[in-house]
Design a protein around this ligand. Structure first.
Ligand SMILES: Nc1ncnc2c1ncn2[C@@H]1O[C@H](COP(=O)(O)OP(=O)(O)O)[C@@H](O)[C@H]1O
Ligand SMILES: CCCC(=O)OP(=O)(O)O
Length: 356
Protein backbone atom coordinates (compact mmCIF):
# COMPACT_ATOMS: atom_id res chain seq x y z
CA UNK A 1 0.00 0.00 0.00
CA UNK A 2 1.35 3.48 -0.82
CA UNK A 3 1.74 6.04 1.96
CA UNK A 4 -1.06 8.60 1.90
CA UNK A 5 -0.02 12.14 2.85
CA UNK A 6 -1.98 15.39 3.15
CA UNK A 7 0.15 18.46 2.36
CA UNK A 8 -1.03 21.92 3.45
CA UNK A 9 0.47 25.19 2.26
CA UNK A 10 -1.02 28.36 3.75
CA UNK A 11 -0.03 31.32 1.52
CA UNK A 12 -0.79 35.01 1.82
CA UNK A 13 -3.90 34.80 -0.37
CA UNK A 14 -4.57 31.06 -0.60
CA UNK A 15 -4.43 27.74 1.20
CA UNK A 16 -3.25 24.91 -1.03
CA UNK A 17 -4.03 21.28 -0.20
CA UNK A 18 -2.71 18.16 -1.91
CA UNK A 19 -3.07 14.47 -1.25
CA UNK A 20 -0.15 12.30 -2.29
CA UNK A 21 0.01 8.52 -2.55
CA UNK A 22 3.74 7.97 -2.29
CA UNK A 23 5.25 10.30 -4.93
CA UNK A 24 2.00 10.67 -6.87
CA UNK A 25 -0.25 13.67 -6.37
CA UNK A 26 -3.87 12.46 -6.49
CA UNK A 27 -5.80 15.60 -5.39
CA UNK A 28 -4.98 19.29 -5.54
CA UNK A 29 -7.18 22.00 -4.13
CA UNK A 30 -6.37 25.71 -4.19
CA UNK A 31 -8.62 27.58 -1.76
CA UNK A 32 -8.42 31.29 -2.66
CA UNK A 33 -9.02 33.76 0.15
CA UNK A 34 -10.42 37.16 -0.57
CA UNK A 35 -7.76 39.72 0.47
CA UNK A 36 -10.44 41.84 2.23
CA UNK A 37 -11.30 38.79 4.37
CA UNK A 38 -7.65 38.14 5.19
CA UNK A 39 -6.91 41.80 6.00
CA UNK A 40 -9.62 41.76 8.68
CA UNK A 41 -7.35 39.68 10.92
CA UNK A 42 -4.83 41.60 13.00
CA UNK A 43 -2.47 38.62 13.38
CA UNK A 44 -1.79 35.55 11.24
CA UNK A 45 -2.65 33.24 14.11
CA UNK A 46 -6.14 34.83 14.25
CA UNK A 47 -6.80 33.27 10.82
CA UNK A 48 -6.62 29.76 12.25
CA UNK A 49 -10.40 29.08 12.60
CA UNK A 50 -11.13 30.80 9.28
CA UNK A 51 -8.57 28.65 7.39
CA UNK A 52 -9.50 25.42 9.21
CA UNK A 53 -13.15 26.01 8.31
CA UNK A 54 -12.23 26.61 4.65
CA UNK A 55 -10.12 23.42 4.61
CA UNK A 56 -12.85 21.26 6.18
CA UNK A 57 -15.47 22.64 3.80
CA UNK A 58 -13.28 22.05 0.74
CA UNK A 59 -12.45 18.48 1.72
CA UNK A 60 -16.15 17.75 2.32
CA UNK A 61 -17.19 19.42 -0.94
CA UNK A 62 -14.67 17.38 -2.92
CA UNK A 63 -15.71 14.26 -0.97
CA UNK A 64 -12.10 13.60 0.02
CA UNK A 65 -11.77 11.00 2.78
CA UNK A 66 -8.80 11.75 4.99
CA UNK A 67 -9.41 8.99 7.54
CA UNK A 68 -6.80 6.71 5.94
CA UNK A 69 -3.92 9.22 5.93
CA UNK A 70 -0.46 8.19 7.14
CA UNK A 71 0.78 11.72 7.84
CA UNK A 72 0.01 15.42 7.48
CA UNK A 73 2.71 17.90 6.44
CA UNK A 74 2.51 21.68 6.54
CA UNK A 75 4.69 24.51 5.21
CA UNK A 76 6.87 25.64 8.07
CA UNK A 77 6.94 29.23 9.24
CA UNK A 78 9.06 31.78 11.07
CA UNK A 79 10.67 29.49 13.61
CA UNK A 80 14.07 29.91 15.25
CA UNK A 81 16.91 29.72 12.71
CA UNK A 82 17.29 26.00 11.92
CA UNK A 83 19.03 23.80 9.32
CA UNK A 84 17.00 22.51 6.37
CA UNK A 85 15.15 19.19 6.51
CA UNK A 86 11.97 17.53 7.79
CA UNK A 87 10.87 18.20 11.38
CA UNK A 88 8.19 16.64 13.58
CA UNK A 89 5.62 19.20 14.66
CA UNK A 90 5.91 19.46 18.45
CA UNK A 91 4.68 21.70 21.26
CA UNK A 92 7.86 23.78 21.35
CA UNK A 93 7.37 24.61 17.66
CA UNK A 94 3.72 25.56 18.02
CA UNK A 95 4.30 27.66 21.13
CA UNK A 96 7.05 29.61 19.38
CA UNK A 97 4.90 30.19 16.30
CA UNK A 98 1.86 31.29 18.32
CA UNK A 99 3.95 34.09 19.87
CA UNK A 100 5.12 35.21 16.38
CA UNK A 101 8.56 35.90 17.89
CA UNK A 102 10.22 36.40 14.49
CA UNK A 103 7.20 37.90 12.79
CA UNK A 104 4.07 37.11 10.87
CA UNK A 105 3.82 35.07 7.69
CA UNK A 106 0.97 32.84 6.47
CA UNK A 107 3.27 29.82 6.61
CA UNK A 108 3.20 30.17 10.43
CA UNK A 109 -0.17 28.40 10.29
CA UNK A 110 1.24 25.31 8.51
CA UNK A 111 2.47 23.41 11.58
CA UNK A 112 -0.58 24.25 13.67
CA UNK A 113 -3.10 23.16 11.04
CA UNK A 114 -1.11 20.01 10.20
CA UNK A 115 -0.90 19.08 13.89
CA UNK A 116 -4.61 19.69 14.46
CA UNK A 117 -5.66 17.39 11.61
CA UNK A 118 -3.06 14.72 12.36
CA UNK A 119 -3.96 14.51 16.04
CA UNK A 120 -7.58 13.63 15.13
CA UNK A 121 -6.28 10.47 13.47
CA UNK A 122 -3.32 9.67 15.73
CA UNK A 123 -0.81 10.10 12.88
CA UNK A 124 2.41 12.17 12.75
CA UNK A 125 2.62 15.74 11.48
CA UNK A 126 5.69 17.33 9.91
CA UNK A 127 7.05 20.50 8.40
CA UNK A 128 9.73 20.61 5.69
CA UNK A 129 12.34 23.30 4.95
CA UNK A 130 10.53 26.18 6.66
CA UNK A 131 11.12 29.82 5.72
CA UNK A 132 13.39 29.97 8.79
CA UNK A 133 16.04 27.63 7.32
CA UNK A 134 19.32 29.26 8.23
CA UNK A 135 22.60 28.02 6.77
CA UNK A 136 24.18 31.46 6.43
CA UNK A 137 27.89 31.95 6.88
CA UNK A 138 28.76 34.37 9.66
CA UNK A 139 30.32 36.89 7.29
CA UNK A 140 26.94 37.29 5.58
CA UNK A 141 25.12 38.15 8.81
CA UNK A 142 26.97 41.35 9.69
CA UNK A 143 25.88 44.87 8.80
CA UNK A 144 27.54 48.21 9.49
CA UNK A 145 25.32 48.58 12.58
CA UNK A 146 26.45 46.15 15.27
CA UNK A 147 22.91 46.15 16.72
CA UNK A 148 21.45 44.77 13.48
CA UNK A 149 22.26 41.39 11.94
CA UNK A 150 20.94 40.03 8.65
CA UNK A 151 18.36 37.26 8.93
CA UNK A 152 17.80 34.19 6.76
CA UNK A 153 14.06 34.19 5.89
CA UNK A 154 13.36 33.00 2.39
CA UNK A 155 11.59 30.56 0.08
CA UNK A 156 13.65 27.67 1.42
CA UNK A 157 11.15 24.98 0.45
CA UNK A 158 11.07 25.84 -3.24
CA UNK A 159 14.73 26.87 -3.45
CA UNK A 160 15.86 23.52 -1.99
CA UNK A 161 13.44 21.54 -4.18
CA UNK A 162 14.57 23.34 -7.33
CA UNK A 163 18.23 22.91 -6.34
CA UNK A 164 17.69 19.13 -6.18
CA UNK A 165 16.05 19.17 -9.63
CA UNK A 166 18.93 21.21 -11.06
CA UNK A 167 21.42 18.79 -9.52
CA UNK A 168 19.65 15.94 -11.29
CA UNK A 169 19.58 17.85 -14.59
CA UNK A 170 23.25 18.86 -14.26
CA UNK A 171 24.23 15.29 -13.34
CA UNK A 172 26.07 16.30 -10.16
CA UNK A 173 25.19 16.00 -6.46
CA UNK A 174 23.72 19.17 -4.90
CA UNK A 175 26.62 19.10 -2.42
CA UNK A 176 29.11 19.56 -5.27
CA UNK A 177 27.37 22.48 -6.95
CA UNK A 178 27.50 26.27 -6.61
CA UNK A 179 24.14 27.77 -7.56
CA UNK A 180 22.45 31.16 -7.39
CA UNK A 181 18.70 30.63 -7.10
CA UNK A 182 16.23 33.48 -7.55
CA UNK A 183 12.68 32.69 -6.38
CA UNK A 184 10.50 35.23 -8.19
CA UNK A 185 7.15 35.11 -6.40
CA UNK A 186 4.94 37.56 -4.52
CA UNK A 187 8.12 38.03 -2.49
CA UNK A 188 11.59 37.58 -4.02
CA UNK A 189 14.58 35.81 -2.50
CA UNK A 190 17.95 35.24 -4.15
CA UNK A 191 19.99 32.53 -2.42
CA UNK A 192 23.63 31.55 -2.74
CA UNK A 193 23.74 27.72 -2.62
CA UNK A 194 27.37 26.84 -1.96
CA UNK A 195 27.99 23.08 -2.03
CA UNK A 196 24.53 22.25 -0.61
CA UNK A 197 24.17 25.13 1.86
CA UNK A 198 22.41 28.49 1.48
CA UNK A 199 25.29 30.59 2.77
CA UNK A 200 23.74 33.97 1.93
CA UNK A 201 20.25 35.12 0.97
CA UNK A 202 18.22 38.30 1.15
CA UNK A 203 15.44 38.39 3.74
CA UNK A 204 12.36 38.30 1.48
CA UNK A 205 10.10 39.73 4.18
CA UNK A 206 12.04 42.56 5.69
CA UNK A 207 13.06 45.21 3.21
CA UNK A 208 16.19 43.41 2.06
CA UNK A 209 16.98 42.73 -1.60
CA UNK A 210 15.10 43.52 -4.81
CA UNK A 211 11.59 44.92 -4.90
CA UNK A 212 8.95 42.33 -5.72
CA UNK A 213 5.32 42.29 -6.88
CA UNK A 214 4.17 43.33 -3.39
CA UNK A 215 7.29 44.24 -1.38
CA UNK A 216 9.51 47.32 -1.43
CA UNK A 217 12.84 45.52 -1.06
CA UNK A 218 15.78 47.64 0.14
CA UNK A 219 15.25 51.40 0.20
CA UNK A 220 17.78 54.08 1.25
CA UNK A 221 17.79 54.41 5.02
CA UNK A 222 17.99 58.21 5.41
CA UNK A 223 14.66 58.99 3.69
CA UNK A 224 13.13 55.94 5.41
CA UNK A 225 13.88 57.04 8.96
CA UNK A 226 12.72 60.59 8.17
CA UNK A 227 9.47 59.04 6.98
CA UNK A 228 9.20 56.86 10.08
CA UNK A 229 9.62 59.85 12.42
CA UNK A 230 7.58 62.33 10.38
CA UNK A 231 4.50 61.60 12.49
CA UNK A 232 2.51 61.03 9.31
CA UNK A 233 2.45 57.24 9.48
CA UNK A 234 1.72 54.52 11.98
CA UNK A 235 4.14 51.59 12.28
CA UNK A 236 1.53 49.39 10.56
CA UNK A 237 1.35 51.82 7.61
CA UNK A 238 5.12 51.79 7.19
CA UNK A 239 5.14 47.99 7.45
CA UNK A 240 2.49 47.79 4.74
CA UNK A 241 4.62 49.97 2.45
CA UNK A 242 7.39 47.41 2.86
CA UNK A 243 5.23 44.29 2.83
CA UNK A 244 1.93 43.88 0.99
CA UNK A 245 1.63 47.35 -0.53
CA UNK A 246 5.17 47.86 -1.80
CA UNK A 247 6.91 47.11 -5.09
CA UNK A 248 4.73 46.65 -8.17
CA UNK A 249 1.55 47.14 -6.09
CA UNK A 250 2.73 50.59 -4.96
CA UNK A 251 3.44 51.77 -8.51
CA UNK A 252 0.91 49.86 -10.61
CA UNK A 253 -1.88 48.94 -8.17
CA UNK A 254 -1.58 45.19 -8.73
CA UNK A 255 0.69 42.31 -7.76
CA UNK A 256 -0.48 40.23 -10.71
CA UNK A 257 2.40 39.57 -13.12
CA UNK A 258 0.02 38.39 -15.86
CA UNK A 259 -1.98 41.61 -15.73
CA UNK A 260 1.21 43.68 -15.88
CA UNK A 261 2.43 41.60 -18.83
CA UNK A 262 -0.80 42.43 -20.70
CA UNK A 263 -0.41 46.12 -19.90
CA UNK A 264 3.16 46.10 -21.21
CA UNK A 265 2.30 44.38 -24.50
CA UNK A 266 -0.57 46.87 -24.89
CA UNK A 267 1.87 49.79 -24.72
CA UNK A 268 1.66 50.90 -21.05
CA UNK A 269 5.02 52.72 -20.70
CA UNK A 270 4.81 53.11 -16.92
CA UNK A 271 4.18 49.38 -16.43
CA UNK A 272 7.09 48.62 -18.78
CA UNK A 273 9.48 50.89 -16.89
CA UNK A 274 8.51 49.74 -13.37
CA UNK A 275 8.72 46.09 -14.40
CA UNK A 276 12.16 46.79 -15.84
CA UNK A 277 13.20 48.42 -12.55
CA UNK A 278 12.24 45.25 -10.66
CA UNK A 279 14.15 43.04 -13.13
CA UNK A 280 17.18 45.36 -12.90
CA UNK A 281 17.18 44.99 -9.12
CA UNK A 282 16.86 41.19 -9.34
CA UNK A 283 19.78 41.04 -11.80
CA UNK A 284 21.85 43.30 -9.53
CA UNK A 285 21.15 40.99 -6.56
CA UNK A 286 22.25 37.98 -8.63
CA UNK A 287 25.41 39.87 -9.62
CA UNK A 288 26.17 40.61 -5.99
CA UNK A 289 25.62 36.92 -5.08
CA UNK A 290 28.17 35.96 -7.74
CA UNK A 291 30.88 37.64 -5.64
CA UNK A 292 30.02 35.39 -2.68
CA UNK A 293 30.97 32.41 -4.88
CA UNK A 294 34.00 34.29 -6.29
CA UNK A 295 32.62 33.70 -9.78
CA UNK A 296 32.69 29.91 -9.51
CA UNK A 297 29.05 29.27 -10.41
CA UNK A 298 27.56 26.19 -12.05
CA UNK A 299 24.21 27.82 -12.82
CA UNK A 300 21.87 30.69 -12.13
CA UNK A 301 18.33 29.43 -11.60
CA UNK A 302 15.14 31.46 -12.07
CA UNK A 303 12.04 30.00 -10.45
CA UNK A 304 8.64 31.06 -8.98
CA UNK A 305 5.55 32.44 -10.70
CA UNK A 306 7.33 35.30 -12.47
CA UNK A 307 9.72 32.83 -14.11
CA UNK A 308 6.79 32.05 -16.45
CA UNK A 309 7.01 35.59 -17.76
CA UNK A 310 9.18 35.90 -20.85
CA UNK A 311 9.70 39.65 -20.39
CA UNK A 312 11.11 39.06 -16.90
CA UNK A 313 13.29 36.19 -18.11
CA UNK A 314 14.63 38.28 -21.01
CA UNK A 315 15.34 41.38 -18.90
CA UNK A 316 17.12 39.45 -16.15
CA UNK A 317 19.00 37.06 -18.45
CA UNK A 318 20.34 39.93 -20.57
CA UNK A 319 22.07 41.34 -17.51
CA UNK A 320 23.38 38.13 -15.87
CA UNK A 321 24.09 35.71 -18.71
CA UNK A 322 27.77 36.67 -18.67
CA UNK A 323 28.03 35.21 -15.14
CA UNK A 324 26.94 31.57 -15.62
CA UNK A 325 24.47 29.40 -17.58
CA UNK A 326 20.84 30.16 -16.74
CA UNK A 327 18.25 27.45 -15.95
CA UNK A 328 14.54 28.24 -15.72
CA UNK A 329 12.18 26.24 -13.48
CA UNK A 330 8.96 28.25 -13.59
CA UNK A 331 6.39 28.09 -10.80
CA UNK A 332 7.01 26.24 -7.60
CA UNK A 333 6.68 22.65 -6.49
CA UNK A 334 6.12 23.34 -2.84
CA UNK A 335 3.33 20.77 -2.48
CA UNK A 336 5.52 18.03 -3.92
CA UNK A 337 8.48 19.16 -1.82
CA UNK A 338 6.35 18.95 1.33
CA UNK A 339 4.97 15.52 0.51
CA UNK A 340 8.36 14.09 -0.49
CA UNK A 341 9.95 15.41 2.71
CA UNK A 342 7.34 13.54 4.77
CA UNK A 343 7.50 10.45 2.55
CA UNK A 344 11.28 10.10 2.99
CA UNK A 345 10.69 9.90 6.75
CA UNK A 346 7.76 7.47 6.49
CA UNK A 347 9.88 5.21 4.26
CA UNK A 348 12.81 5.37 6.67
CA UNK A 349 15.08 7.07 4.11
CA UNK A 350 15.44 10.13 6.35
CA UNK A 351 14.99 10.88 10.04
CA UNK A 352 12.71 13.71 11.11
CA UNK A 353 14.54 16.29 13.20
CA UNK A 354 13.28 17.51 16.54
CA UNK A 355 12.63 21.24 16.92
CA UNK A 356 13.91 22.52 20.28
N1 LIG B 1 2.15 32.58 -16.07
C1 LIG B 1 2.53 33.69 -15.45
N2 LIG B 1 2.96 34.75 -16.16
C2 LIG B 1 3.35 35.89 -15.54
N3 LIG B 1 3.35 36.06 -14.21
C3 LIG B 1 2.91 35.03 -13.46
C4 LIG B 1 2.48 33.79 -14.03
N4 LIG B 1 2.13 32.96 -13.02
C5 LIG B 1 2.31 33.65 -11.87
N5 LIG B 1 2.78 34.89 -12.15
C6 LIG B 1 3.08 35.94 -11.20
O1 LIG B 1 4.13 35.56 -10.34
C7 LIG B 1 4.01 36.25 -9.09
C8 LIG B 1 4.10 35.27 -7.97
O2 LIG B 1 3.32 34.15 -8.17
P1 LIG B 1 3.43 32.86 -7.25
O3 LIG B 1 4.77 32.24 -7.44
O4 LIG B 1 2.23 32.05 -7.51
O5 LIG B 1 3.30 33.57 -5.83
P2 LIG B 1 3.83 33.19 -4.37
O6 LIG B 1 5.30 33.31 -4.33
O7 LIG B 1 3.17 34.24 -3.55
O8 LIG B 1 3.33 31.80 -4.14
C9 LIG B 1 2.67 36.99 -9.16
O9 LIG B 1 2.94 38.30 -9.55
C10 LIG B 1 1.94 36.24 -10.24
O10 LIG B 1 0.96 37.04 -10.86
C1 LIG C 1 9.99 34.30 4.19
C2 LIG C 1 9.91 34.23 2.71
C3 LIG C 1 8.72 33.53 2.22
C4 LIG C 1 7.88 34.40 1.37
O1 LIG C 1 8.14 35.58 1.22
O2 LIG C 1 6.86 33.75 0.79
P1 LIG C 1 5.74 34.44 -0.15
O3 LIG C 1 6.44 35.11 -1.28
O4 LIG C 1 4.93 33.24 -0.57
O5 LIG C 1 4.97 35.38 0.73
Amino acid sequence: MPFKILAINPGSTSTKLSIFEDEKSVYNINIKHDSTEILKFEHIIDQYDFRMHAITQSLEKEKIDISSLDAVVGRGGMLKPIPGGTYYVNDAMMEYIKKAVRGEHASNLGCIIAHHIASQYGIPSFIVDPVAVDEMEDIARYTGMPEIKRDSLFHALNQKAVAMKAAKDLGKPYKELNLIIAHLGGGISVGVHKKGKVVDVNNALDGDGPMSPERSGTVPMGPLYKMVFSGKYTLKEIQRKNYGQGGLVAYLGTNDGREIHERIVNGDEKAKFIFEVMCYQIAKEIGSCSTVLKGEIDAIILTGGLAYDEIAIQEISDRVKFIAPILIYPGEDEMEALALGALRVLKGEDTAKEYK
